[in-house]
Design a protein around this ligand. Sequence first.
Ligand code: SAH
Length: 499
Amino acid sequence: MKTEKNGFKKNDIVTVTITDMDEKGQGIGKADGFTLFVKDAVVGDVVETKVMKAKTNYAFAKLMKVITPSPDRVSPACPMARACGGCQLQELSYEAELRFKENKVKNHLVRIGGFEEEFIESIKEPIVGMTQTAEDGPYRYRNKAQYPVGADKDGNPVVGFYAGRTHDIIPNTDCLLGRKVNQKILLTVLDYMKSYDAKPYDETEHKGLIRHILIREGFTSGEIMVCLIVNGKSVPKEELLCERLVNAVPEIASICLNTNTEKTNVIMGNSTRVLWGRESISDELCGIEYAISARSFYQVNPVQAEKLYSKAVEYAALTGKESVWDLYCGIGTISLCMAKKAAKVYGVEIIPEAIEDAKSNAARNGISNAEFFVGKAEEVLPAFYEKTTDSDMLHPDVIVVDPPRKGCDEKCLETMLAMEPERIVYVSCDSATLARDLKFLCSEKYELKAWQCYDQFSRTVHTESCVLLERVSNRKADSYVKMEDYYRIKDAEGGEANG
Ligand code: SAH
């Protein structure tokens, strides 16, 4: 089996106890001092594995047989779980999944952030998981799904998901993370494709028509959007496609066609045409109504997002007098939640279309105390800071950040420190970069006060957390004008105060 000098070699059969799981959700076990990474094995399992790729000190092995199942092992709810690249934790109980996620974030805060484990435990608020119904479990939560379209070996159109790390389509019309109704829509489109010879797209040849089917649902409105992403400007018999879809699923409020004729992995192209109904559907989050078009960014798990945003608002501790900056604001979802309880909110986002959406969402909800800027947070914030002087600067009481996975740019963090808000609320979808940024922010002026994880992406390894920092040292620039003072000065002067 094991050769003394080289560890394991390919095709070795090894029995191992899984003692941990890595960040990708693979089981980790040690055998004779060598580390094995075993996909689909869960912590607590004793498994028989076959070595697929061996390195000097570690190896990747395939799960052959579960000899003794872990108490946390469950049967996967989806028959495609192992082949499909979408879910990594389907064989772990949901309770264990929540522990896994909380531990992952905690480990990053300790190892990368440099915080004491005991301290991190003492300020933790327990992870908020999905409320499960007996019927659904932690599934069916995604309000958006994009299914690639391809052909089977006989040339028949299929839809499904990419197998892990490949572009091979595994046919599946009922992904359990998506809504049940999606299946009816997909089958209707497949039927239509066969009836009218609308060819599936072939990405190697860059030929064929239908590339992807995008489905979005507004959970509060119940409205559904179907968008076909096609390698062309039209599809055969558009009116019949719409008729079939609306007959099959009356909740459909919008049918669109997006053109993407590029040879690219990017799913959507730049132009979208409405085939039937409206250009967008609506949804409500934290009491605010949003218009969602085919290309809008919008939280995919709105039920959990609502809980997360409420936490961010709670951490911001707003009384109605504060000035709040919401960096990486997307379509303004956090900004608008904050605006209801603050004096003024400034949102910053790099994508111009998202800012257009943010502005129209503010107007749609009659919110007039939110202002939005297009640009990089690390450029807009310093520019604002530099052009103001200590005496006329509107001191931000709270800065909220919700950056993409790579976290905040250092220039952005430096400016946040220079601006010295009372509180910083950090919403993060990547705990490693969160921990890195907290180390920077907490090196002198700020103290970590509380953190909490929210499970937004059940059955996958992705985590989401919300963190509160408070300023510890006294502000240098006591001459900053506070928002409440600003209004006082403004009233006294009977006009515009500086700032
Ligand atoms: N807060 C929003 C969006 C968070 S996703 C919500 O909850 O819905 C992160 C956002 O940051 C994306 O919209 C992305 O376009 C934006 N972004 C990425 N890099 C940025 C940068 N350097 N400056 C500002 N925004 C950025």
